[in-house]
Ligand binder design. Structure first.
Ligand code: PEP
Ligand code: MN
Length: 332
C-alpha cells in the first residue's frame, strides 16, 4: 500500500503510525509518501486522517506499478531521454569487457560513425569462473572516462560486487547492475542512494515479480531513474545460452512504469541470433537495446561467441532504425 501524506499532519499520530507499521518513507516530485508491505490490506481507522490518498497494490510491486503511476518514468541517457512520452529507443553497444585502449578506441570510432550514442563496456566483470578475465578494474573505468571525453559517448558500465560500487557509480553515466548482482541488496541500496540512472538486469533465475521487487529496492531508497533489462532466463533449453523472455517484456510494458530494454546478446549466446532478436524486440516497441560488439569478436577476453563484429553492428543499427520507425519509435 502506498500512502500520500497530507501537507499538515499531527506529529503524534504520525509517530504512532510509524511505530505500528514501520513504513518506508520517501519524497517523490514534492509528494511525501510511505510504502507498506502489500500483506497489510487495511490501516487502522485512526490513521486515515494522515493521508490524502491511499493506493492499494496486490503485491510488493508498488512504486514500479502502473497502478501507482501510469506514466513510464523518464530516464536520462547522457543528452537523451527514454520513457515518458519521448518515443525514444536507446541503442547501447560495445564490448563485453574493456580490454585495452586500442580495442576501446576502435569500437568508439565505429560507434560514432554508425550514429550510436551509448557505449557499454565492463571494467569489473562478473564471471562464472575465477580463472577467466575479471576485467581491468579501475584502469578500465579510466579508459571509459577517456572514451567519454574523446568521443562524447554516454558510458554504461557495471558494478560487480561491494568492492568498487562508489568508484563505478562516480565514473559512469548509467550504472549497470548485472544479472548475478540483481539480488545484492547492498548494491541495490547503494544505487538507490545515487542520482545516476540505473540499468538493472534480470537475474537469469528470477521471476518477473522478483525482478521488479529488486527494482523496488532502488526506487524505495530514493532513486527513480531505473531501467529494466531483459537478458534471457534459464530454461530447460541448452542449445541457446538462455531464453529471451519476450512474454516477460510484454508483461513489464503493460504493468510496470519503468522503461524496458532488451539484451539479445547474453540471451542468445551466439552472434548468429542476435540481429533477429534485436529486431523482434524493436518491433515490440522496447525503450532500448543493449548489444555486445568487438573489433575481433573471436579473440574477445569474455563472451567471444556472442559479440558482433563492428560491420554487423553498424548494419544492425540501420535495420533497427527502420523497424523502430514502423512502430513509432526514434532511435537515439
Ligand atoms: C554483461 O552485460 O556483460 C553481463 C555480464 O551481463 P549479465 O549480467 O546479464 O550476465
Ligand atoms: Mn558479456
Amino acid at each position: 500500500m502506498i500512502g500520500q501524506f497530507k501537507e499538515q499532519v499531527d506529529s503524534g499520530l504520525l509517530q504512532r503510525f510509524q511505530d505500528k507499521y514501520r513504513p518506508t518513507l520517501l519524497e517523490r516530485k514534492g509528494r511525501h509518501l510511505c510504502v507498506i508491505s502489500a500483506q497489510i490490506k487495511a490501516l487502522d481507522e485512526e490513521f486515515l486522517p494522515l493521508f490524502s490518498a491511499l493506493i492499494k497494490t496486490d503485491s510488493d510491486i508498488q512504486l514500479a506499478s502502473r497502478s501507482f503511476d501510469r506514466e513510464t518514468t523518464s530516464v536520462t541517457f547522457g543528452e537523451h531521454v527514454i520513457g515518458g512520452d519521448s518515443g525514444n529507443m536507446v541503442f547501447i553497444a560495445g564490448p563485453c569487457s574493456v580490454e585495452s585502449r586500442e580495442q576501446l578506441w576502435t569500437v568508439c570510432e565505429r560507434l560514432r560513425q554508425a550514429g550510436v550514442s551509448c557505449l557499454r563496456g565492463g571494467a569489473f566483470k562478473p564471471r562464472t569462473t575465477p580463472y577467466g578475465f575479471q576485467g581491468l578494474g579501475l584502469e578500465g573505468l579510466a579508459l571509459l572516462a577517456g572514451a567519454r571525453a574523446e568521443f562524447g559517448l554516454t558510458i554504461v558500465s557495471e558494478v560487480r560486487d561491494s568492492t568498487h560500487v562508489q568508484e563505478v557509480i562516480e565514473a559512469v553515466d548509467v550504472v549497470q547492475i548485472g544479472a548475478k548482482a540483481m539480488y545484492d541488496h547492498g548494491i541495490l541500496r547503494a544505487c538507490g542512494h545515487s542520482k545516476k540512472p540505473i540499468l538493472l538486469k534480470r537475474g537469469f533465475g528470477s521471476t518477473l515479480q522478483e525482478f521488479v521487487q529488486a527494482a523496488e529496492f532502488i526506487l524505495s531508497t530514493g532513486n527513480e531513474q531505473v531501467v529494466l533489462c531483459e537478458r534471457g532466463i534459464r530454461t530447460f533449453e541448452t542449445k541457446t545460452r538462455f531464453t529471451l523472455d519476450l512474454c516477460g517484456v510484454a508483461y513489464l510494458k503493460e504493468h510496470i512504469n519503468l522503461p524496458v530494454i532488451v539484451d539479445p546478446s547474453h540471451a542468445m549466446g551466439f552472434r548468429y541470433g542476435v540481429p533477429g532478436l534485436a529486431l523482434a524486440a524493436t518491433a515490440m516497441g522496447v525503450d532500448g537495446l543493449l548489444i555486445e560488439a568487438h573489433p575481433t569478436p573471436d579473440a574477445a577476453l569474455s563472451d567471444a561467441a556472442q559479440q558482433l563484429d563492428l560491420d554487423t553492428l553498424a548494419a544492425l543499427r540501420g535495420r533497427v532504425q527502420a523497424v523502430a520507425e514502423v512502430v513509432g519509435r526514434h532511435v537515439v
